[in-house]
Design a protein around this ligand. Sequence first.
Ligand SMILES: NC(=O)c1ccc[n+]([C@@H]2O[C@H](COP(=O)([O-])OP(=O)(O)OC[C@H]3O[C@@H](n4cnc5c(N)ncnc54)[C@H](O)[C@@H]3O)[C@@H](O)[C@H]2O)c1
Length: 253
Amino acid sequence: MSLNSLLQGRRVMITGGARGLGYAFAEAAARAGARVVIADILEDRVQASANELAALGLDVSGLSLDLADPASIERCVSATVDLLGGLDGLVNNASITNSGGKSCEELEIAMFDRVLQVNVRGTWLMTRACLPALRQSGQGAVVNLASDTPLWGAPNLLAYTASKGAVIAMTRSLARELGGDGITVNAIAPGLVEVEATQYVPAARHQLYLDQRALKRSQVPDDVCGAVLFALSDLSRFITGQTLPVNGGFVMP
Ligand SMILES: NC(=O)c1ccc[n+]([C@@H]2O[C@H](COP(=O)([O-])OP(=O)(O)OC[C@H]3O[C@@H](n4cnc5c(N)ncnc54)[C@H](O)[C@@H]3O)[C@@H](O)[C@H]2O)c1
């Protein structure tokens, strides 16, 4: 099987695809033959990003989505299924960090709630809304973006770390619930990746990752794409409920 046709004809939705890792996944999936919808709360930017990828000859469309709003999730999934004529893959990539840098005493309750609402409830509701189409596909794959932060217990990032721990736990529960429908559910846990969103991360945290990684260089979005394509493809049809750390050997659970 050629990697260029790894996802030939697959219909894939990627949340949070306006920028960062989601954008890289959209480009990689489309280059592997998928028809892709990216959905994001950054309405203008998601459209511009989809146009940019479409201008490269890739089959990518953009839709607006607010994961905190259940009605927006339903609308977005329904528009995606109409646009693609079904759905074979869902990448739950969108999330917020917001609690970064605050200790467990400084973190506001409203911020904790917001992070859990988007990262955990949003992942659940998005997956639930996609289920009828994924069942019909017969080769449904859900890929959840976790993080390695719950694997090593990142300090001063409590809400985000808790939310990603919950994503790993949900991945396991969903895998068991959906296995009977032939749907796989796996999580990818990146380390600290150099993107727009991580520019605010203190230099000391970047240095910690650099010092402790087995592979001695910074992590870039391309480093994570292979794992996501693998989890969406037939290569991983008998793998479910698993969390794959992609972090250059920073943590080895
Ligand atoms: N970059 C890293 O170092 C890193 C490390 C581990 C895990 N991750 C995970 O990878 C994924 C992508 O991260 P990224 O670094 O590209 O971050 P990012 O902030 O660039 O991307 C997240 C996207 O989600 C969108 N989004 C936020 N709230 C939303 C909402 N309510 N509804 C819809 N879309 C919303 C944002 O607009 C953004 O485009 C996230 O799940 C993140 O937790 C990233």
